[in-house]
Design a protein around this ligand. Structure first.
Ligand code: F6P
Length: 315
C-alpha cells in the first residue's frame, strides 16, 4: 500500500480499512513511506491491526506522501518494480489522485504486479468516480471559512474574492460556491470576462445587495489581478482571501470516512478476485470499479446543471 500525491482528509481512514480488510482475509500488508519514493528506495513498515488504531479521525497520511518526480523516469519505475518483486507482493493498493494512478499503471506495465487505485483528492478530478475521499471534507472546510468571511463582507459592504484549491478543475469551487450562495463562481473550465462580473456586481447592488462573495478556483485566473480590476471598475471595496492548504487538512467528515471504509474494503475484494489494474469508485451511490487508466485518460465533466442552478439561486 502507498499514499501518493497531495494528501487528502480520509487517507488515514482508507489505510485503516485496507489493513483491516486485508488482515481479515488472511493477507499481510506493508505500507511504503513517503509516496512512490518509498517504493523506489524500499522504505516500508509492516502494518498489523494495531498499526492503524486511532487514525480514522486524523487528516493527512501516517505513511506520508510526496510528489515523486523519480517515478516518472524509467530508472525510478524499474527500481519500484524491483522492490515489489523482491517482497513477492501479490498486489499494490495506491491511494491518491490521477497522477498517482498514472504512476501505478506504468508500474503495472513494468512489473506485472496487480495495482488497485483508491481515489483520494480534495480536487475530485478523477474520472470514473462521482466523488473522491477528502472532497466532502474540503468542501465543508471551505464553507466553514467563507461563512466567517461573509460576516465581514456583510458588515463592511464589501466584495470578497475567495480562492479555493483546484489548479486544473473547478469541482471544489463549484460545490463550495453553490453551497455558500456565492454571487459569482469562477472555474478553469468556463471562460469569463471580468467586465461581465463587474456588470453582475453592479446589477446586484442596484437591486439591493450590499455585499457579494466570489468563489474562484485557483486555476481560474490571477486572483490578485481580478480583485484589483473589480475594485477599479466598480469602486466597491474588494478583498481577497486565499484559503490554500487549510482545505487539505483536518479531521475527515463522516462522508469522507465512510467512503474511505468502503473504498478500502473494495480494493481488497478486487485483489482477491484477481483484478489486475482497476480503480475503486462510486457511481449513483454504488461502489464500483473501473479500468485504472480511465481515471486519468478519461475526462470528468463539470456538472453544468449545478453551475446554472448556482446562477439562478444567487440572484
Ligand atoms: O491536487 C490537490 C491540490 O491540493 C490542488 O488543488 C492544488 O493545486 C495542489 O494540490 C497544491 O499542491 P502542493 O501542496 O504540492 O503545493
Amino acid at each position: 500500500m502507498v499514499t501518493a500525491g497531495g494528501d487528502a482528509p480520509g487517507m488515514n481512514a482508507a489505510i485503516r480499512a485496507i489493513v483491516r480488510s486485508a488482515l481479515h482475509n488472511g493477507l499481510e500488508v506493508i505500507g511504503f513511506e513517503r509516496g512512490y519514493a518509498g517504493l523506489i528506495d524500499d522504505k516500508f513498515r509492516r502494518m498489523g491491526p494495531r498499526s492503524v488504531s486511532g487514525i480514522i479521525n486524523l487528516g493527512g497520511t501516517i505513511l506520508k506522501t510526496i510528489r515523486c518526480e523519480r517515478m516518472k523516469t524509467p530508472e525510478g519505475l524499474e527500481k519500484a518494480s524491483e522492490t515489489l518483486k523482491s517482497h513477492r507482493l501479490d498486489g499494490l493498493v495506491a491511494i491518491g489522485g490521477d497522477g498517482t494512478f498514472r504512476g501505478a499503471s506504468e508500474l503495472y506495465k513494468v512489473s506485472g504486479v496487480p495495482v488497485i487505485g483508491v481515489p483520494a483528492t480534495i480536487d475530485n478530478d478523477v474520472a470514473g468516480t462521482d466523488t473522491t475521499i477528502g472532497f466532502d471534507t474540503a468542501v465543508n472546510t471551505a464553507l466553514f471559512a467563507i461563512d466567517r468571511i461573509r460576516d465581514t463582507a456583510t458588515s463592511h459592504e464589501r466584495v470578497f474574492v475567495v480562492e479555493v484549491m483546484g489548479r486544473r478543475r473547478g469541482f471544489l469551487a463549484l460545490e463550495v460556491g453553490l453551497a455558500e450562495g456565492a454571487e459569482v463562481i469562477l472555474v478553469p473550465e468556463i471562460e469569463f470576462r471580468i467586465e461581465d462580473i463587474c456588470r453582475k456586481l453592479k446589477k446586484a447592488r442596484s437591486e439591493g445587495k450590499t455585499s457579494e462573495i466570489i468563489v474562484m478556483a485557483e486555476g481560474a485566473g490571477d486572483s490578485r489581478a481580478i480583485v484589483s480590476h473589480i475594485g477599479k471598475e466598480t469602486g466597491y471595496e474588494v478583498r481577497l482571501t486565499v484559503l490554500g492548504h487549510i482545505q487539505r487538512g483536518g479531521s475527515p467528515t463522516a462522508r469522507s470516512r465512510v467512503l474511505a471504509c468502503e473504498f478500502g474494503s473494495k480494493a481488497i475484494d478486487l485483489l482477491l478476485e484477481g483484478a489486475k489494474r482497476e480503480m475503486v469508485g462510486i457511481r449513483g451511490g454504488k461502489i464500483i470499479s473501473v479500468d485504472l487508466d480511465y481515471s486519468w485518460k478519461g475526462q470528468k465533466e463539470l456538472d453544468m446543471r449545478l453551475y446554472r442552478l448556482a446562477e439562478v439561486l444567487s440572484a
